[in-house]
Design a protein around this ligand. Structure first.
Ligand SMILES: NC(=O)c1ccc[n+]([C@@H]2O[C@H](COP(=O)([O-])OP(=O)(O)OC[C@H]3O[C@@H](n4cnc5c(N)ncnc54)[C@H](OP(=O)(O)O)[C@@H]3O)[C@@H](O)[C@H]2O)c1
Length: 316
């Protein structure tokens, strides 16, 4: 099938990186954002599909305010669950493939010692994770009901029609990632630097020691998604930079790079941070399925160093 690749949430961290990656490698990318594409208007995707006739829609838009989702789980479900179902049905009806971006927060974070694999059981512990899992389920049901290629019950490399991207027909990919950083807006490094700048002289910055994840550079993820679409069968994939870090270790790296290691950090636990949403303690994803297909992301430290060279997250 011919046609462009459309990206929802085009102004967001991942959406913007995806449009850049697509630009050079996969033909034209079209950005869909508000007001034309609106998660609060379930028919907006249908209208844009009719207008632009993309062969693939990468759905990066979501209500990503995890604390907001905790305060209003119903709205979270509408935006991250039901709206995905509507988009998936519209895609399947027009034989357009869908790439749904999902999250480590579909897992409960109780695992230790290895990253979550694609076939580990999802069991979200907060409203954001539950709403994103509802989106995964709705997309799978839509593609299954339409009888076109998608993610089977046995997850992992897909069960659908034809490996090697969408050329075999409409298909569904679900890509889970974690702890994104990169422009625009206040990502974790920028927030750490802003907090460091507000601190009185001599004070220590709290760093959470018992929350561990896979920091992932949005442009690395975008490149990996574009490569995956060109080569891998439909299915569920975990895509993150290599390695893992606690929030403490990541903050330490940020401060070392931008502030000569000052201020120092004080190790605190998650329970000392009051917030509406409880994050999973273990947010590490295992990306070896994608790596086995040749899609390999560098370690997060290398990604962070590359980002730091040209970053706006300097001394703010
Ligand atoms: N950030 C992370 O650490 C992380 C981790 C795991 C998975 N993810 C997933 O990765 C994807 C991309 O995340 P991101 O970090 O790029 O998020 P982001 O920077 O917050 O961008 C989200 C995008 O969604 C759009 N959006 C929000 N509410 C909308 C609505 N009601 N209607 C239409 N568009 C709406 C936003 O549009 P505006 O620009 O108009 O606000 C924005 O472009 C999401 O699916 C997210 O769940 C993110």
């Amino acid at each position: 099938m011919d046609g462009p690749v459309a990206v929802t949430g085009a102004g967001g961290r991942l959406g913007r990186a995806l449009l850049e990656s697509l630009g050079g490698r996969a033909g034209p990318g079209i950005g869909w954002s508000r007001p034309g594409f609106d998660l609060d208007d379930p028919t907006s995707g249908e209208r844009l599909l009719e207008r632009d006739r993309p062969r693939v829609v990468i759905h990066a838009a979501a209500w990503t305010d995890v604390d907001g989702c905790a305060r209003d789980p119903e709205l979270a479900h509408k935006r991250n669950g039901a709206a995905v179902g509507a988009l998936a049905r519209a895609c399947a009806a027009r034989a357009a493939s869908l790439v749904l971006i999902s999250t480590n927060e579909v897992f409960d974070g109780q695992l230790r010692g290895r990253g979550y694999r694609e076939d580990d059981a999802a069991a979200p512990i907060n409203a954001y994770g539950a709403s994103k899992l509802a989106g995964e389920t709705a997309a799978r049901e839509a593609f299954r009901a339409a009888g076109v290629g998608g993610v089977g019950d046995a997850v992992g490399a897909g069960d659908a029609d034809g490996a090697g991207g969408a050329q075999g027909g409409a298909a569904l990919w679900i890509i889970r990632t974690a702890w994104l950083f990169g422009p625009p807006g206040a990502d974790f490094p920028a927030r750490i630097l802003a907090a460091a700048n507000r601190l009185p002289p001599g004070a220590l910055l709290p760093g959470v020691i018992d929350e561990v994840g896979s920091p992932t550079l949005s442009s690395d993820l975008a490149d990996a998604i574009v490569s995956l679409l060109a080569t891998a069968p439909p299915g569920i994939y975990h895509l993150v930079n290599g390695g893992m870090a606690s929030r403490y270790a990541w903050a330490e790296r940020v401060l070392a790079r931008f502030r000569g290691g000052r201020p120092g950090l004080q190790a605190v636990s998650r329970s000392q941070f009051q917030r509406a949403s409880e994050p999973p303690a273990w947010a590490v994803l295992d990306a070896s399925l994608a790596a086995s297909l040749g899609i390999h992301l560098r370690d997060w430290e290398a990604a962070f160093d590359a980002y730091a060279v040209g970053s706006g997250a300097s001394e703010q």
